[in-house]
Design a protein around this ligand. Structure first.
Ligand code: UDX
Length: 446
């Protein structure tokens, strides 16, 4: 099929490359000339496992092109909208201006085919519930034969290619006009034929359900993380170990063991902004009470950062002039994304309180240098920990999780390890002569 993807940020670029991998002819469009030039040359503008290979293969095959010229989307049978919906400056709600601009571009540049065949607009961006109907009305008013479907994206950074090519589920939100809904479904079925044939479950519903699925899923995940972080607060107050607690409750498969990792909390481009936008939308809909619990979820999450800073201060008796080695600065491993990174927030606060920082991150050092040129970013863990008064693991990159406490013991000024993600073995560090501090791990020797 001929497909356009509007918006070639993280979501759009990965989607475009994956659609080309499925055999479609794909044009990705974005206003950012530098990004488009990189993508068109087959160079990944962000760190994402497997994406560079897919991108290169698609570009070489000629099936995957990128452009800033919107006229090149004219003959697409499906336009996917993959633009960002960031949090509005100073407000909880999502900024919809990029989505609105994408719709304007589609309306202006879609060519009406001679056979009058409909053109499908498929929304992938995370939007406030009610957006799809509003956009469908705009498309209808254009007089061109558009169909609209909402087809949310559930990809996780670090697993984006896998999540797109082998999704846990595919969701279609279709028009209440059954005939048009069926037409839209046929086009999406054709587009995703391979994934459906491989058994990806398909859930079909109306627009609001599809829009809600996405924010409901992310709210549930955020709630799960904040729940275990609340338990970490209880563990800190009582001497319990939240990692054992999570392990024990996780064996109950009604609860499940995933997303029960207590630590410095969630960040990134999705969970924090999505729960806030969801609360804002519930307020507009007059059902804000249904989501007041998310305010608590957000508050618990932000308290983890206070706790990490306080722990560092307690552990080394003050921050002013102290040298702290920070291991990991991205919001999670296997990405170079710094958006709403708890690790970066904690580093900023330590810096503001007078600490001297040496930050190592396997992927984000260049981005960090752009944003905070005053931070020291040595190339190796050994250089970072040399002379440190504390070592803090803030992002669980594999190389930090597997760090050998013996090998770096002799380099530091004080053997203090703060495990912001509860990924280290306290006893192993203790036996190697370190003072170990976790997030809600009490003083248990078990
Ligand atoms: C998330 C959703 O998982 C994904 O389905 C959706 O499409 C986009 O938003 P992502 O933002 O890539 O994906 O990150 P995710 O893996 O969900 O992690 C989010 C944050 O939660 C990270 O900061 C991570 O470190 C943190 N986290 C995750 C925890 O603190 N504890 C956990 O147990 C799991």
């Amino acid at each position: 099929m001929r497909i356009s993807v509007i918006g070639c940020g993280y979501l759009g670029a990965v989607h475009a490359a994956c659609m080309a991998e499925l055999g479609h002819e794909v044009v990705g469009i974005d206003v950012d000339e530098r990004k488009v030039a990189d993508l068109a040359a087959g160079v990944a503008p962000f760190h994402e496992p497997r994406f560079p290979e897919l991108l290169a293969r698609g570009v070489e095959s000629g099936r995957l092109t990128f452009t800033t010229d919107p006229s090149l989307i004219a003959d697409a049978q499906i336009h996917f909208i993959g633009v960002g919906t960031p949090q509005q400056q100073g407000r909880l709600g999502a900024d919809m201006s990029y989505v609105d601009q994408a719709i304007a571009t589609i309306i202006e540049h879609t060519a009406v085919r001679e056979d009058g065949a409909p053109v499908l607009v498929a929304g992938k961006s995370t939007v406030p519930v009610g957006t799809a109907q509003r956009l469908a009305d705009r498309l209808d008013a254009s007089g061109k034969p558009f169909l609209l479907a909402w087809n949310p994206e559930f990809l996780r950074e670090g697993y984006a290619v896998k999540d797109t090519l082998h999704p846990d589920r595919i969701v279609y939100g279709l028009s209440d006009d059954v005939a048009r809904g069926e037409q839209a479904k046929l086009l999406l079925d054709e587009c995703y034929a391979k994934l459906l044939a491989e058994g990806s479950p398909l859930v079909v519903s109306n627009y609001p359900t599809a829009e809600l699925v996405k924010v409901a899923a992310n709210s549930f995940l955020a709630t799960k993380i904040s729940f275990i972080n609340a338990m970490a607060e209880l563990c800190d107050a009582t001497g319990g170990d939240v990692t054992r607690l999570a392990e024990a409750i996780g064996y109950d498969d009604r609860i499940g063991s995933k997303f029960l990792q207590a630590g410095i909390g969630f960040g990134g481009g999705c969970l924090p902004k999505d729960i806030r936008a969801f609360m804002a939308r519930a307020g507009e809909l007059g059902v804000d009470e249904a989501l007041t619990f998310l305010r608590e979820v957000d508050a618990i999450n932000l308290r983890r950062r206070d706790r990490a800073v306080a722990l560092a201060e307690e552990a080394i008796g003050g921050l002013g002039g102290r040298r702290i080695a920070v291991l990991g600065i991205t919001f999670k491993p296997d990405t170079d994304d710094l958006r709403d990174s708890p690790a970066l927030d904690i580093a900023n606060r330590l810096w503001d309180r007078g600490a001297r920082l040496a930050i190592v991150d396997p992927a984000a050092a260049p981005r960090l240098n752009e944003r905070r040129p005053e931070f020291e970013t040595p190339a190796t863990v050994e250089q970072a920990v040399a002379g440190a008064d504390a070592v803090m693991v803030l992002t669980p990159w594999k190389e930090f999780v597997e760090l050998d406490p013996e090998s770096i013991r002799g380099l530091v000024n004080q053997p203090v390890i703060i495990d912001g993600r509860n990924v280290l073995d306290p006893r192993r560090w203790h036996d190697a002569g370190w003072r170990y501090f976790g997030m809600g791990r009490g003083v248990s020797v078990w």
